[in-house]
Design a protein around this ligand. Structure first.
Ligand code: KIV
Ligand code: NA
Length: 264
């Protein structure tokens, strides 16, 4: 199958075709979503929560993410694989950012990187883009800045809407090929989407974005507890896996497994 390139995403925007992005952190998820036709896979720093068991995305390291990126890129034939840059690996300077991003491209074989921030990250985006690394930006609520932003809250309400627009313009001008908008009022996200030439990818940003993204364990029902309002649950994998584990354990206890056909 023809590989998805960043220009295909821009062409889809021009044609008004919407698309879906999903996270993937390992081989099977990547293979399944790639075969299902998902054009962009994100190895998110949300692996902190969904793979490594941290309660926030801040502690995850470059090395912890790099190993996951390698698994995902090896298993992907068509999708564009985007590697998230973890907290502390790019904010200090454009040089630091370029060096981290280059590791994800060289060692991870990623096709693009993603970083959090708007106008203040323009120098980082510019250096990466000039140096041959496609960059996806991420504005609105940016989880790596949870403590600076005062918790998980919608960004860009009321007068601060202008800030979202300014950040969106800044990352496009710096050379980003797409921008994620997280927890932004739907009308603000719609205005940004209309104004930008590059695709917007929403998560909790209404239905007027060019694309949407969700964490796969959230939308397939692996995660427990209260889900964010922006998640729709499309499967109940937790029950499927739990029932399979219990059925297996029962069969072992009763001696029903292994049967004759499983035995040499
Ligand atoms: O890490 C992540 O999963 C993300 C997406 C939700 C955009 O950044
Ligand atoms: Na992320």
């Amino acid at each position: 199958p023809r590989k998805i390139r960043t220009h295909h995403l821009r062409e889809m925007k021009e044609r008004g075709e919407r698309w879906a992005m999903l996270t993937a952190y390992d081989m099977y998820a990547a293979e399944v979503f790639d075969e299902a036709g998902i054009p962009v896979l994100l190895v998110g720093d949300s692996a902190a929560n969904n793979v490594y068991g941290y309660d926030s995305s801040l502690p995850v390291s470059v090395d912890e993410l790099l190993f996951l990126v390698r698994g995902v890129t090896r298993a992907t034939k068509r999708a564009l694989v985007v590697a998230d840059l973890p907290f502390g690996s790019y904010q200090a300077s454009p040089q630091q950012g370029y060096e981290t991003a280059a590791r994800f491209m060289k060692e991870g074989r990623a096709h693009a990187v993603k970083l959090e921030g708007g106008a203040e990250m323009a120098p980082q985006i510019e250096l990466m883009a000039k140096g041959g690394i496609p960059v996806m930006a991420h504005i609105g609520f940016t989880p790596q800045s949870e403590h600076a932003l005062g918790g998980y809250r919608v960004q860009g309400r009321g007068e601060t809407a202008e800030r979202i627009l300014a950040d969106a313009r800044a990352v496009q001008d710096a050379g980003a090929f797409a921008v994620v908008m997280e927890m932004v009022p739907g009308d603000v996200a719609a205005q940004v989407t209309k104004e930008l030439a590059i695709p917007t990818i929403g998560i909790g940003a209404g239905n007027q974005c060019d694309a949407q993204v969700l964490v796969w364990q959230d939308m397939m029902g692996l995660r427990t507890g209260r889900l964010p309002r922006f998640v729709k649950q499309y499967a109940d994998l937790r029950s499927v896996m739990s029932q399979a584990a219990q059925a297996y354990a029962d069969d072992v206890a009763t001696g029903a497994f292994p049967a004759e056909e499983h035995t040499f």
